[in-house]
Write a protein that binds this ligand. Structure first.
Ligand code: ADP
Ligand code: MG
Length: 620
């Protein structure tokens, strides 16, 4: 039998390796910037075209390469950073596998220009799919410029797999922010399609954080500092009242390398115990320095996980340090969170009962003082006298009715369906209008239907209603917009402004009107009629968070993310007291929806219990 094993040609091996190193434009950005840092650069420029799909160029003023090294740098396992395996344990560079440039050159058009300080001439090398197409001596400035064009040009499947420009830009900005935060002493520039997104001057850590996340960040930061034998911790946490609904600004750097660690994150969150609103996440920028031989950096090039020798001790120190700083900066005593009302109830109850009535009354699940015929105000004051009137008491308004006069009119073509759906569920319009809807625990609505009862989650139901309304407004109808008397200027970080700019036309379709974009702020002259002026910041911040975290298909428009985000921001929350009229509107609006069964995020909005099912409960 003949031999069948053969060695893969280099360019094929490189392409395979590339799959591991380069997932998307952001991976290239990370590798190139890390090389520049390793080369001792004090100034690094990143130029992008089309989210890096057309061009990623990194220009540095580092030590450059000789002509021979320039050529060698594209060979696999070519590295100047380690000589033997022992060096791995004393690593103070970012790279060491010698794979990045070889991999990138296998899947893109690459142009390298580089010159060492004392040389008169530098070198230029052009490579396409691992093949050198030109190599010559050129005059260029000290340092290295690496341009990566048409990424994945020879692997169409990978290229098609890339996400929308917004998503890919977001990934790049994430990588950029991480290195920029790890190296405040290096100046960074980021241009995208010839727009300057970041110009970060050499500075200290605090200023760097503020330069990246916007001036508003300055007042939020609480410094953290602790030195022990096994770890030193520096950096900042954001005051608890600025915590985010989504994990956004959470950064750990270990020996100046960005890492992810759910274990350490837990330590920080734990230090905030009792200070965070339910479901929110603290922002932090924490720099941990540990002896290099006490950690095991996973040598997979793209992984950011790390293993510590003395995890438990680090956890305890980190938690104590953060807790101490929060106390020291007097963050804790001034807090007055708007807690979820349902969480407060048992406490209120025990306080009340100890002063006025015997403690033997068991906690109740249905409020016995509930009287559906009383007005909203009296119900509110009776049921929870201790609770101040805060944002949670925003009442439910039927936007459809308000804006259009007739919700069904929006869905004329689907009316037969909605009508039948409604008929199926309700004995008739009559019934809900006679007040047979009850609110339970400021969270659910109970309504009588033909076949039994329906239990509705008020917040999820409202999300569904708003979601369909927004989608309809954005995609089908002319967006209804209200001009603001005084344009509102809202400050954002430059990356966020860039993102708002890229989705500007989508936002305009939704009813926003933009007067001006500056480096630090966005000036808004008009907003959709369905939102109020005081909600603009909240809505836009939530939207940016959502876009950052959603990873939709390439062909995806932002409409859906936007509609979901708006629905989530604006939906009435658990804890909101609804008048009978509001309850009825909500129920009717829900069942006028195209898909009333689930929230825009796929959670069930209601559950029916048939008479049969109820009967079986009692016939056991
Ligand atoms: P690694 O960084 O793991 O060594 P790379 O493929 O990223 O592998 O780079 C290969 C080599 O090319 C590096 O070890 C370094 O000597 C050289 N090199 C790459 N980028 C630069 C740069 N911007 N400036 C100077 N030398 C560089
Ligand atoms: Mg490298």
């Amino acid at each position: 039998m003949s031999d069948i094993i053969q060695l893969l040609p280099d360019h094929v091996a490189n392409q395979i390796a590339a799959g591991e190193v380069v997932q998307r434009p952001a991976s290239v950005v990370k590798e190139l910037i890390e090389n520049s840092i390793d080369a001792g650069a004090t100034s690094i420029k990143l130029l992008l075209k089309d989210a890096g799909k057309t061009l990623i160029q990194v220009i540095d003023n580092g030590k450059g390469m000789s002509a021979t090294d320039a050529r060698l740098s594209f060979e696999r396992h070519a590295t100047s950073k380690i000589k033997d395996a022992q060096d791995l344990f004393n690593l103070n560079t970012k790279g060491f596998r010698g794979e990045a440039l070889a991999s990138i050159a296998a899947i893109a058009h690459v142009e390298l220009k580089t010159k060492q300080e004392n040389e008169e001439l530098g070198s230029q090398i052009k490579i396409e799919g691992s093949k050198i197409t030109s190599q010559e001596a050129i005059s260029t400035s000290k340092g290295t410029s690496l341009a990566v064009k048409n990424l994945f040009y020879n692997i169409p499947a990978r290229r098609n797999f890339l996400k929308s420009d917004t998503i890919e830009t977001r990934h790049i900005v994430d990588e950029f922010q991480r290195v920029a935060l790890a190296h405040p002493d290096i100046s960074f520039l980021l241009h995208h399609n010839n727009n300057e997104i970041y110009h970060l001057k050499k500075s200290n850590l605090r200023k760097r954080i503020v330069a990246i996340f916007g001036t508003k960040m300055n007042e939020k930061l609480v410094p953290i500092s602790e030195q022990t034998d096994i770890i030193s911790i520096n950096g900042f946490v954001a005051k608890p009242e600025f915590s985010k609904k989504k994990r956004g600004e959470q950064f750990f750097f270990v020996n100046n390398r960005f890492i992810k660690s759910s274990y350490l994150n837990h330590a920080v969150v734990n230090a905030f115990e009792g200070l965070l609103e339910h479901g929110s996440h603290p922002s932090y920028f924490l720099y941990l320095d540990v002896p290099p031989n006490s950690i095991d950096i996973n040598i997979h090039p793209t992984k950011t996980e790390i293993k510590f020798d003395n995890e438990k001790a680090l956890y305890a120190i980190l938690r104590a340090t953060v807790k101490h700083s929060l106390g020291q900066y007097n963050v804790s005593p001034v807090l007055d969170f708007d807690r979820d009302a349902t969480l407060d109830t048992p406490y209120d109850y025990s306080k009340k009962s100890s002063s006025s009535s015997p403690a033997s009354i068991p906690p109740i699940t249905v409020d016995p003082t509930f009287n559906p015929f009383k007005t909203e105000t009296s119900y509110q004051s009776e049921s929870n006298p201790n609770r101040s009137n805060n944002s949670n008491s925003v009442s439910y308004q039927s936007n459809f009715k308000k804006d259009t006069g007739n919700w069904e009119a929006l869905y004329t073509n689907t009316e037969p369906l909605t009508a039948s759906k409604q008929e199926q569920l309700f004995e008739g319009q009559q019934e809900t209008e006679t007040g047979k809807t009850f609110q339970i625990q400021k969270k659910y609505l109970l309504s009588s239907i033909k076949s039994g009862v329906v239990l509705i989650n008020q917040s999820l139901a409202h999300q569904r209603i708003l979601y369909e309304e927004f989608l309809e407004n954005i995609t089908v109808k002319e967006a209804s917009s209200q001009q603001l008397l005084f344009p509102v200027s809202i400050s954002f970080s430059s990356a966020d402004i860039e993102m708002i700019y890229t989705i500007k036309s989508d936002l305009e379709s939704a009813g926003f009107m933009f007067d001006e974009f500056t480096k630090e702020s966005v000036v808004i002259g008009g907003i959709p009629t369905s939102i109020s002026e005081s909600q603009i910041t909240l809505i836009l911040e939530q939207l940016l968070d959502d876009i950052k975290l959603e990873v939709p298909d390439t062909s995806f428009s932002h409409f859906d993310v936007m509609a979901k985000s708006f629905a989530k921001s604006l939906a009435i929350k658990t804890g909101t007291i609804l008048s009978i009229k509001e309850q009825e509107n909500l129920v009717n609006d829900l069942f006028s929806c195209k898909e009333p069964n689930t929230s825009p995020f796929g959670r069930p909005t209601f559950k029916t219990l048939t008479l049969n099912e109820i009967d079986t409960i009692f016939n056991k």
